[in-house]
Write a protein that binds this ligand. Structure first.
Ligand code: G3H
Ligand code: 13P
Ligand code: ZN
Length: 341
Protein backbone atom coordinates (compact mmCIF):
# COMPACT_ATOMS: atom_id res chain seq x y z
CA UNK A 1 0.00 0.00 0.00
CA UNK A 2 1.20 3.59 -0.51
CA UNK A 3 2.23 5.77 2.46
CA UNK A 4 -0.83 6.62 4.57
CA UNK A 5 -1.64 9.74 6.53
CA UNK A 6 -1.45 10.12 10.30
CA UNK A 7 -5.20 10.45 10.74
CA UNK A 8 -5.79 6.98 9.27
CA UNK A 9 -3.45 5.34 11.77
CA UNK A 10 -4.43 7.40 14.82
CA UNK A 11 -8.17 6.98 14.21
CA UNK A 12 -7.65 3.22 14.28
CA UNK A 13 -5.50 3.54 17.38
CA UNK A 14 -8.22 5.54 19.13
CA UNK A 15 -10.96 3.10 18.14
CA UNK A 16 -8.88 0.25 19.54
CA UNK A 17 -7.32 2.05 22.54
CA UNK A 18 -3.64 1.82 21.68
CA UNK A 19 -0.75 4.22 21.08
CA UNK A 20 1.72 4.40 18.21
CA UNK A 21 5.42 5.20 18.55
CA UNK A 22 6.73 7.83 16.16
CA UNK A 23 10.41 7.10 15.59
CA UNK A 24 12.84 9.69 14.21
CA UNK A 25 15.09 8.71 11.32
CA UNK A 26 18.14 10.11 9.57
CA UNK A 27 19.41 7.19 7.49
CA UNK A 28 18.70 3.84 5.87
CA UNK A 29 19.65 1.66 8.85
CA UNK A 30 17.16 3.43 11.12
CA UNK A 31 14.35 2.98 8.59
CA UNK A 32 15.30 -0.68 8.20
CA UNK A 33 15.30 -1.19 11.97
CA UNK A 34 11.79 0.24 12.30
CA UNK A 35 10.40 -1.71 9.35
CA UNK A 36 11.92 -5.00 10.51
CA UNK A 37 10.48 -4.44 13.98
CA UNK A 38 7.05 -3.59 12.56
CA UNK A 39 7.12 -6.62 10.29
CA UNK A 40 7.99 -8.88 13.20
CA UNK A 41 5.16 -7.66 15.38
CA UNK A 42 2.65 -6.59 12.72
CA UNK A 43 2.58 -2.97 13.82
CA UNK A 44 1.60 0.19 11.93
CA UNK A 45 4.49 2.62 11.61
CA UNK A 46 5.08 6.35 12.02
CA UNK A 47 8.47 7.43 10.72
CA UNK A 48 9.35 11.06 11.32
CA UNK A 49 12.09 13.38 10.15
CA UNK A 50 13.10 16.64 11.77
CA UNK A 51 14.34 19.59 9.73
CA UNK A 52 17.86 18.54 10.71
CA UNK A 53 17.18 14.98 9.55
CA UNK A 54 15.89 16.19 6.19
CA UNK A 55 18.98 18.33 5.71
CA UNK A 56 21.28 15.47 6.73
CA UNK A 57 19.68 12.74 4.64
CA UNK A 58 18.41 14.96 1.80
CA UNK A 59 14.75 14.86 0.83
CA UNK A 60 15.25 12.78 -2.32
CA UNK A 61 17.11 10.01 -0.50
CA UNK A 62 14.59 10.06 2.29
CA UNK A 63 11.59 9.92 -0.04
CA UNK A 64 12.98 6.97 -1.97
CA UNK A 65 13.97 5.12 1.20
CA UNK A 66 10.40 5.48 2.46
CA UNK A 67 9.04 4.29 -0.88
CA UNK A 68 11.35 1.27 -0.60
CA UNK A 69 9.92 0.59 2.86
CA UNK A 70 6.31 0.42 1.64
CA UNK A 71 7.36 -1.60 -1.40
CA UNK A 72 9.12 -4.18 0.79
CA UNK A 73 6.33 -4.32 3.40
CA UNK A 74 3.05 -3.70 1.51
CA UNK A 75 0.95 -5.02 4.40
CA UNK A 76 2.22 -2.38 6.86
CA UNK A 77 0.61 1.08 6.93
CA UNK A 78 3.44 3.63 7.10
CA UNK A 79 3.11 7.34 7.88
CA UNK A 80 5.89 9.73 6.85
CA UNK A 81 5.74 12.70 9.20
CA UNK A 82 7.55 16.05 9.40
CA UNK A 83 8.66 16.47 13.01
CA UNK A 84 8.63 20.03 14.46
CA UNK A 85 7.97 22.01 11.28
CA UNK A 86 8.98 25.57 12.22
CA UNK A 87 6.97 27.39 9.51
CA UNK A 88 4.32 26.84 6.86
CA UNK A 89 7.18 26.89 4.32
CA UNK A 90 8.85 23.86 5.96
CA UNK A 91 5.53 22.00 6.02
CA UNK A 92 4.80 22.81 2.37
CA UNK A 93 8.20 21.56 1.26
CA UNK A 94 7.64 18.37 3.27
CA UNK A 95 4.32 17.80 1.48
CA UNK A 96 6.02 18.42 -1.87
CA UNK A 97 8.52 15.74 -0.92
CA UNK A 98 5.96 13.06 -0.21
CA UNK A 99 5.35 13.45 3.54
CA UNK A 100 1.82 12.34 4.42
CA UNK A 101 1.72 14.21 7.72
CA UNK A 102 3.28 17.38 9.06
CA UNK A 103 3.75 18.97 12.45
CA UNK A 104 3.32 22.73 12.39
CA UNK A 105 4.98 23.60 15.68
CA UNK A 106 3.65 27.10 16.22
CA UNK A 107 4.23 26.89 19.96
CA UNK A 108 7.58 28.50 19.07
CA UNK A 109 8.42 31.21 16.57
CA UNK A 110 10.18 30.36 13.34
CA UNK A 111 13.55 30.38 15.16
CA UNK A 112 12.29 27.23 16.95
CA UNK A 113 13.38 28.77 20.26
CA UNK A 114 11.15 31.66 21.28
CA UNK A 115 7.75 30.83 22.79
CA UNK A 116 5.06 32.18 20.43
CA UNK A 117 1.85 34.05 21.26
CA UNK A 118 -1.41 32.08 20.97
CA UNK A 119 -2.64 34.10 17.97
CA UNK A 120 0.56 33.44 16.01
CA UNK A 121 0.26 29.72 16.75
CA UNK A 122 -3.35 29.64 15.55
CA UNK A 123 -2.53 31.63 12.41
CA UNK A 124 0.34 29.44 11.15
CA UNK A 125 -1.32 26.18 12.18
CA UNK A 126 -4.59 27.10 10.49
CA UNK A 127 -2.73 28.03 7.34
CA UNK A 128 -1.03 24.62 7.23
CA UNK A 129 -4.25 22.75 8.01
CA UNK A 130 -5.97 24.54 5.09
CA UNK A 131 -3.24 23.56 2.63
CA UNK A 132 -2.55 20.06 3.95
CA UNK A 133 -6.11 18.84 4.25
CA UNK A 134 -6.78 19.66 0.59
CA UNK A 135 -4.10 17.07 -0.25
CA UNK A 136 -5.11 14.45 2.29
CA UNK A 137 -2.14 15.26 4.52
CA UNK A 138 -2.63 15.27 8.29
CA UNK A 139 -1.49 18.02 10.66
CA UNK A 140 -0.15 17.88 14.22
CA UNK A 141 -0.12 21.13 16.21
CA UNK A 142 1.41 21.96 19.59
CA UNK A 143 0.13 24.07 22.43
CA UNK A 144 2.26 24.81 25.49
CA UNK A 145 6.05 24.53 25.39
CA UNK A 146 8.16 21.45 26.03
CA UNK A 147 10.60 21.80 28.89
CA UNK A 148 11.52 20.53 32.28
CA UNK A 149 9.63 21.49 35.42
CA UNK A 150 12.95 21.13 37.26
CA UNK A 151 14.45 24.05 35.35
CA UNK A 152 13.68 27.75 35.38
CA UNK A 153 12.67 27.97 31.74
CA UNK A 154 11.28 25.72 29.05
CA UNK A 155 14.15 23.93 27.33
CA UNK A 156 14.06 24.35 23.60
CA UNK A 157 16.00 22.71 20.83
CA UNK A 158 18.46 20.03 21.77
CA UNK A 159 19.73 21.73 24.95
CA UNK A 160 20.91 19.03 27.29
CA UNK A 161 21.81 19.86 30.87
CA UNK A 162 24.00 17.84 33.16
CA UNK A 163 23.24 17.01 36.76
CA UNK A 164 25.59 19.61 38.21
CA UNK A 165 24.02 22.42 36.21
CA UNK A 166 20.54 21.33 37.13
CA UNK A 167 21.33 21.24 40.83
CA UNK A 168 22.21 24.92 40.71
CA UNK A 169 18.77 25.77 39.32
CA UNK A 170 15.99 25.36 41.85
CA UNK A 171 12.45 25.07 40.52
CA UNK A 172 11.35 28.63 39.82
CA UNK A 173 8.02 30.15 40.61
CA UNK A 174 5.82 29.88 37.56
CA UNK A 175 7.78 26.88 36.29
CA UNK A 176 4.42 25.34 35.43
CA UNK A 177 3.54 28.26 33.15
CA UNK A 178 4.84 26.59 29.97
CA UNK A 179 2.70 23.50 30.50
CA UNK A 180 -0.35 23.14 28.29
CA UNK A 181 -3.38 24.93 29.67
CA UNK A 182 -6.31 22.52 29.11
CA UNK A 183 -8.76 25.35 28.44
CA UNK A 184 -6.40 26.83 25.82
CA UNK A 185 -5.93 23.38 24.29
CA UNK A 186 -9.68 23.11 23.81
CA UNK A 187 -9.80 26.52 22.11
CA UNK A 188 -6.77 25.73 19.96
CA UNK A 189 -8.27 22.55 18.53
CA UNK A 190 -11.51 24.36 17.77
CA UNK A 191 -9.63 27.27 16.15
CA UNK A 192 -7.26 25.17 14.02
CA UNK A 193 -8.92 21.79 13.34
CA UNK A 194 -5.63 19.94 13.80
CA UNK A 195 -5.68 16.14 13.50
CA UNK A 196 -3.40 15.63 16.50
CA UNK A 197 -2.30 17.82 19.37
CA UNK A 198 1.10 17.79 21.07
CA UNK A 199 0.91 18.81 24.72
CA UNK A 200 3.53 19.99 27.19
CA UNK A 201 3.63 18.07 30.46
CA UNK A 202 7.22 18.58 31.65
CA UNK A 203 9.06 16.38 29.16
CA UNK A 204 11.92 17.63 27.02
CA UNK A 205 13.98 16.33 24.13
CA UNK A 206 17.23 14.43 24.64
CA UNK A 207 18.63 12.22 27.36
CA UNK A 208 18.63 14.69 30.27
CA UNK A 209 14.93 14.98 31.08
CA UNK A 210 14.80 14.37 34.83
CA UNK A 211 17.40 14.32 37.62
CA UNK A 212 15.43 11.64 39.46
CA UNK A 213 12.75 9.06 38.79
CA UNK A 214 9.86 11.34 37.76
CA UNK A 215 6.76 11.69 39.89
CA UNK A 216 3.67 13.90 39.47
CA UNK A 217 5.70 16.96 40.56
CA UNK A 218 7.89 16.92 37.46
CA UNK A 219 5.89 14.79 35.00
CA UNK A 220 2.40 16.25 34.85
CA UNK A 221 0.36 13.28 33.58
CA UNK A 222 -2.66 14.82 35.30
CA UNK A 223 -2.65 17.58 32.67
CA UNK A 224 -3.16 14.94 29.96
CA UNK A 225 -6.12 13.53 31.85
CA UNK A 226 -7.73 16.95 32.06
CA UNK A 227 -7.10 17.70 28.36
CA UNK A 228 -8.57 14.34 27.38
CA UNK A 229 -11.63 15.06 29.53
CA UNK A 230 -12.19 18.27 27.56
CA UNK A 231 -11.14 16.88 24.16
CA UNK A 232 -12.16 13.20 24.17
CA UNK A 233 -12.02 12.99 20.36
CA UNK A 234 -8.60 14.61 19.84
CA UNK A 235 -5.51 12.49 19.31
CA UNK A 236 -2.91 13.62 21.85
CA UNK A 237 0.85 13.48 21.22
CA UNK A 238 3.63 13.09 23.78
CA UNK A 239 7.00 14.52 22.73
CA UNK A 240 10.26 13.88 24.55
CA UNK A 241 9.04 10.40 25.41
CA UNK A 242 12.20 8.35 25.43
CA UNK A 243 12.53 6.25 28.56
CA UNK A 244 16.34 6.51 28.63
CA UNK A 245 16.64 2.94 30.00
CA UNK A 246 19.31 2.29 32.60
CA UNK A 247 20.76 -0.61 30.59
CA UNK A 248 21.35 1.63 27.56
CA UNK A 249 23.08 4.21 29.76
CA UNK A 250 25.20 1.45 31.31
CA UNK A 251 26.15 0.01 27.92
CA UNK A 252 27.36 3.39 26.65
CA UNK A 253 29.40 3.95 29.83
CA UNK A 254 30.78 0.41 29.82
CA UNK A 255 32.32 0.95 26.39
CA UNK A 256 33.87 4.33 27.06
CA UNK A 257 30.99 6.74 26.49
CA UNK A 258 30.43 9.68 28.82
CA UNK A 259 26.94 10.01 30.16
CA UNK A 260 25.73 11.36 33.47
CA UNK A 261 23.05 9.43 35.33
CA UNK A 262 19.64 10.53 34.08
CA UNK A 263 15.96 9.53 33.97
CA UNK A 264 13.47 9.48 31.12
CA UNK A 265 9.72 8.95 30.83
CA UNK A 266 8.80 5.55 32.30
CA UNK A 267 6.93 3.30 29.86
CA UNK A 268 4.20 2.81 32.51
CA UNK A 269 3.51 6.57 32.50
CA UNK A 270 3.15 6.48 28.72
CA UNK A 271 0.75 3.55 29.08
CA UNK A 272 -1.23 5.68 31.52
CA UNK A 273 -1.31 8.46 28.90
CA UNK A 274 -2.57 6.00 26.28
CA UNK A 275 -5.56 5.29 28.54
CA UNK A 276 -6.26 9.04 28.37
CA UNK A 277 -6.10 9.85 24.68
CA UNK A 278 -2.36 9.73 23.89
CA UNK A 279 -2.06 8.16 20.43
CA UNK A 280 1.35 9.26 19.12
CA UNK A 281 4.48 8.91 21.23
CA UNK A 282 7.73 10.47 19.95
CA UNK A 283 10.89 8.45 20.53
CA UNK A 284 14.33 9.35 19.21
CA UNK A 285 16.87 9.39 22.03
CA UNK A 286 16.39 5.72 23.06
CA UNK A 287 17.20 4.61 19.51
CA UNK A 288 20.20 6.92 19.32
CA UNK A 289 21.50 5.45 22.56
CA UNK A 290 20.90 1.86 21.48
CA UNK A 291 22.81 2.36 18.24
CA UNK A 292 25.64 4.22 19.93
CA UNK A 293 26.04 1.56 22.63
CA UNK A 294 26.19 -1.18 20.00
CA UNK A 295 28.74 0.68 17.87
CA UNK A 296 30.90 1.49 20.91
CA UNK A 297 30.90 -2.18 21.85
CA UNK A 298 32.22 -3.26 18.43
CA UNK A 299 34.89 -0.56 18.50
CA UNK A 300 35.94 -1.47 22.04
CA UNK A 301 35.97 -5.25 21.64
CA UNK A 302 37.19 -5.53 18.07
CA UNK A 303 39.29 -2.43 17.35
CA UNK A 304 40.73 -4.09 14.25
CA UNK A 305 37.40 -3.86 12.39
CA UNK A 306 36.77 -1.11 9.86
CA UNK A 307 33.99 -2.41 7.61
CA UNK A 308 30.98 -0.17 8.42
CA UNK A 309 28.71 -3.22 8.18
CA UNK A 310 30.48 -4.71 11.18
CA UNK A 311 29.14 -1.96 13.43
CA UNK A 312 26.04 -0.76 11.56
CA UNK A 313 24.48 -4.22 11.60
CA UNK A 314 24.60 -4.56 15.42
CA UNK A 315 23.50 -0.92 15.68
CA UNK A 316 20.46 -1.68 13.51
CA UNK A 317 19.69 -4.78 15.58
CA UNK A 318 19.90 -2.78 18.82
CA UNK A 319 17.51 -0.14 17.49
CA UNK A 320 15.14 -2.83 16.20
CA UNK A 321 14.97 -4.28 19.71
CA UNK A 322 14.00 -0.89 21.21
CA UNK A 323 11.35 -0.46 18.49
CA UNK A 324 9.82 -3.88 19.17
CA UNK A 325 9.78 -3.17 22.93
CA UNK A 326 7.92 0.12 22.38
CA UNK A 327 5.53 -1.30 19.75
CA UNK A 328 4.50 -4.04 22.16
CA UNK A 329 4.30 -1.74 25.20
CA UNK A 330 2.21 0.91 23.41
CA UNK A 331 -0.20 -1.74 22.05
CA UNK A 332 0.29 -1.11 18.32
CA UNK A 333 1.68 -4.63 17.77
CA UNK A 334 -0.81 -6.88 15.97
CA UNK A 335 -2.76 -4.03 14.35
CA UNK A 336 -1.02 -3.40 10.99
CA UNK A 337 -3.12 -5.83 8.99
CA UNK A 338 -6.35 -4.63 10.60
CA UNK A 339 -6.04 -1.07 9.32
CA UNK A 340 -8.15 -0.59 6.19
CA UNK A 341 -6.98 2.25 4.01
O1 G3H B 1 12.85 16.94 17.90
C1 G3H B 1 13.71 16.22 18.38
C2 G3H B 1 14.18 15.03 17.70
O2 G3H B 1 14.90 14.22 18.60
C3 G3H B 1 14.99 15.34 16.46
O3 G3H B 1 16.21 15.85 16.81
O4 G3H B 1 16.54 17.96 15.51
O5 G3H B 1 18.49 16.61 16.35
O6 G3H B 1 17.09 15.78 14.44
P1 G3H B 1 17.15 16.60 15.72
P1 13P C 1 13.17 12.07 22.80
O1 13P C 1 14.37 12.95 22.76
O2 13P C 1 12.68 11.86 24.19
O3 13P C 1 13.39 10.77 22.11
O4 13P C 1 11.98 12.84 22.03
C1 13P C 1 11.92 12.87 20.64
C2 13P C 1 10.88 13.82 20.15
O5 13P C 1 10.02 14.32 20.87
C3 13P C 1 10.91 14.16 18.71
O6 13P C 1 9.97 15.11 18.36
ZN1 ZN D 1 9.50 16.64 19.77
Amino acid sequence: MPLVNLRTVLDHAAENSYGVAAFNVNNMEQIQAIMEAANECDAPVIVQASRGARAYSQDNYLRHLMLAAVELYPHIPVVMHQDHGNSPKTCISAIENGFTSVMMDGSLLEDAKTPAPYDYNVKVTREVVGLAHKQGVSVEGEIGCLGSLEEKKPAHGAAEKHDAELEEEPQAEGAMSHLTDPEEAERFVRDTQVDALAVAIGTSHGAYKFTRQPDGEILAMGVIEEIHRRLPNTHLVMHGSSSVPQELQDEIRKYGGKMNQTWGVPVEEIQRGIKHGVRKINVDTDNRMAMTGAIRKVFALTPEKFDPRDYLKPAREAMKKVCIDRMVAFGQAGHARKIKV
